[in-house]
Design a protein around this ligand. Structure first.
Ligand SMILES: *[C@@H]1O[C@H](CO)[C@@H](O)[C@H](O)[C@H]1NC(C)=O
Ligand SMILES: *[C@@H]1O[C@H](CO)[C@@H](O)[C@H](O)[C@H]1NC(C)=O
Ligand SMILES: *[C@@H]1O[C@H](CO)[C@@H](O)[C@H](O)[C@H]1NC(C)=O
Ligand SMILES: *[C@@H]1O[C@H](CO)[C@@H](O)[C@H](O)[C@H]1NC(C)=O
Ligand SMILES: *[C@@H]1O[C@H](CO)[C@@H](O)[C@H](O)[C@H]1NC(C)=O
Ligand SMILES: *[C@@H]1O[C@H](CO)[C@@H](O)[C@H](O)[C@H]1NC(C)=O
Ligand SMILES: *[C@@H]1O[C@H](CO)[C@@H](O)[C@H](O)[C@H]1NC(C)=O
Length: 508
């Protein structure tokens, strides 16, 4: 009996081995064929390895996609570089002129994003795509519909909301700083501020992020996009890496149940407003009107999720990086504070229009976003074959192209001594937009650029006129980025010390 079993398993062993060999051989031939793609086209490329292409460190969780793309950028020269996202040939664009061509001049070839291509638009016909992932006509319509919500006149009407939020923030910092050490988790403060500002500006919702109870909005926001969970991390990363796999497995960029929950809440708020005949002319009112006249409810409501998540993922992260650099650069902190105090009125208010005109503040924010481009790469997917003349190449339909902002923003050719934090490099406006792309460019650029600037500057103004930011024992020397996700996030909580400024203190 026992001999039969062992000979049987032996036989199975051989069988499995031979199957494995055949599969390995097929895989070898498959990858050999695929990986010759750029060589055949005489385009310089980075040698890939089977299964992972050029992304092994990403899968080993050594660095995030953005840092890997930046490394590929640094390691190469020339204007375009062939790379492999797993088994998929893709292009890394290194040349500013080609960047201009793809983002603006030939937008009709490159208007789709890879993330969008990973959504099975046939399977989810009722629109579960916001601006980020929607494509073609849906995108065009959506963009046109929501843009007024981000207009200067609309934002102007919300400055008093934002002022209320900055007041709550200052109060929260005073209450929450460790009484002895003055230590505070600044990433947490920034999340509360950003989510609260975003909710009141766009949806007229008060999420109570500063109350002593746990705000359900904070919880939903975390759940929607928690890339740190392994499973969510895979779902999110795949959107960029392999649209085909995302589509096949039906992966969700935003967590499905939390999305439903938030959208449902927004819908209720919208209906309640209608019942109360309340009108704020904000995002919610704009989409309510659009829904009445067209059929695009799904996408419009879904886009609220993107706005909601972006507040924490992008704005709060940038604010954290701002504070981190303020701590590291005390001289710059003093200079900024002095500039802001110049325009402070006797009642301590700081007019938003004047704030937005401050030159040094402008340069400071620009420099922070240069060193921490929170959306650290741009991706587009080629819709119809495109002929590049220099070098000559037919970019085939379905090829993804990537622009590494993290790479470009640290290229010494454009930014001398790129690792030095130096706001002055923006003083004389000599930097071309094609090498400074934190908000993207062209028709698909971020619609919330102006809003972000207001939010960032208002935050800095209130923090700088109320506190002195210094190192605490828990402040790290160097900012390390989280290895998951696709936006740049601090790998750990960021602590620093915030001491209330003495009123009598002379500020220089
Ligand atoms: C970049 O170059 C360094 C040094 O040659 C090498 O160790 C590293 O693996 C390269 N990175 C990539 C992504 O090719
Ligand atoms: C945009 O990309 C998707 C996925 O690749 C594709 O299905 C769609 O047809 C593209 N749009 C156009 C107009 O090609
Ligand atoms: C689209 O989704 C909404 C909300 O989930 C639902 O009320 C509506 O009936 C759906 N429309 C279609 C055509 O499926
Ligand atoms: C700002 O806060 C005050 C008091 O907390 C409140 O009365 C006022 O309505 C708020 N303003 C806005 C625009 O929300
Ligand atoms: C905001 O982002 C940080 C860092 O990614 C995360 O730790 C936190 O849970 C998020 N908070 C919310 C409310 O989404
Ligand atoms: C202004 O721009 C010029 C030309 O790029 C440069 O040489 C000069 O150093 C810049 N000045 C400052 C203050 O950065
Ligand atoms: C404020 O004044 C007190 C007492 O004079 C001093 O100990 C403290 O360091 C001052 N704080 C700041 C931020 O300068």
């Amino acid at each position: 009996m026992s001999t039969t079993t062992s000979s049987l398993s032996l036989f199975n062993g051989y069988q499995i081995l031979s199957y494995a060999l055949v599969i390995a051989l097929l895989a070898y031939l498959y990858f050999k064929e695929i990986f010759s793609y750029w060589k055949d086209r005489k385009i310089q490329y980075v040698s890939p390895i089977p299964l992972f292409g050029n992304l092994l460190p990403v899968f080993l969780l050594r660095r995030n996609i953005a840092e890997q793309l930046a490394e590929l950028y640094r390691n190469t020269t020339g204007s375009i570089v062939g790379i492999f996202m797993l088994n998929r040939p893709a292009l890394l664009i290194r040349n500013p002129d080609i960047v201009k061509k793809l983002l603006i001049k030939n937008f009709d070839h490159f208007n789709n994003r890879s993330v969008g291509a990973g959504v099975d638009h046939a399977r989810v016909p009722n629109g579960t795509c916001g601006l980020l992932a929607s494509q073609d006509d849906t995108w065009k319509w959506l963009r046109k519909t929501v843009t007024p919500a981000f207009s200067a006149s609309q934002l102007k009407s919300t400055t008093s909301d934002i002022q209320n939020v900055t007041e709550k923030t200052v109060d929260f910092i005073r209450r929450s700083s460790d009484k002895i050490s003055g230590d505070i988790n600044i990433r947490d403060v920034c999340s509360r501020y950003s989510i609260e500002s975003g909710c009141s500006t766009f949806f007229g919702i008060d999420p109570k992020c500063f109350s002593s109870e746990i705000s359900p909005y904070m919880v939903v926001n975390t759940n929607l996009f928690d890339y740190r969970l392994f499973k969510r991390g895979v779902h999110i990363a795949m959107g960029f890496i392999s649209p085909a796999i995302s589509k096949m497995l039906g992966l969700e960029f935003f967590h499905g149940d939390s999305t439903k929950c938030f959208v449902e809440h927004v819908r209720k708020t919208m209906i309640a407003r209608e019942d109360n005949m309340e009108y704020r002319n904000d995002y919610l009112d704009i989409i309510r009107e659009a829904i009445e006249s067209y059929d695009g409810e799904g996408n419009l409501l879904f886009n609220t999720v993107e706005i909601f998540v972006a507040n924490n993922e992008t704005l709060a992260a940038v604010l954290t990086f701002c504070c981190f650099e303020l701590v590291k650069n005390q001289e710059i902190q003093r200079k900024l504070r002095a500039e802001i105090l110049e325009i402070q009125k006797d009642d301590k208010s700081i007019p938003c229009e004047e704030l937005c005109q401050l030159k040094y503040l402008e340069c400071f924010v620009k420099e922070v976003i240069r060193m921490y481009p929170n959306v650290p790469f741009l991706d587009r997917i080629c819709k119809k074959d495109f002929l590049l003349d220099e070098p000559q190449l037919k970019i085939e339909e379905g090829t993804s192209v990537y622009v590494s902002l993290l790479g470009i923003h640290f290229d010494p050719e454009y930014y001398p001594e790129p690792h030095v934090f130096n706001p002055d490099r923006f003083l004389n406006d000599s930097i071309d937009w094609s090498v400074y792309l934190p908000f993207g460019k062209g028709p698909r650029m971020c619609p919330a650029k102006k809003y972000s600037e207001i939010i960032i500057k208002s935050y800095l103004a209130s923090v700088l006129t109320n506190f002195e930011l210094t190192k605490s024992s828990r402040t790290t020397e160097k900012m390390v980025f989280h290895t998951k996700g696709f936006t740049l996030q601090p790998s750990e909580e960021v602590f620093l010390n915030m001491q209330p400024l003495n009123n009598t203190q002379t500020v220089y």
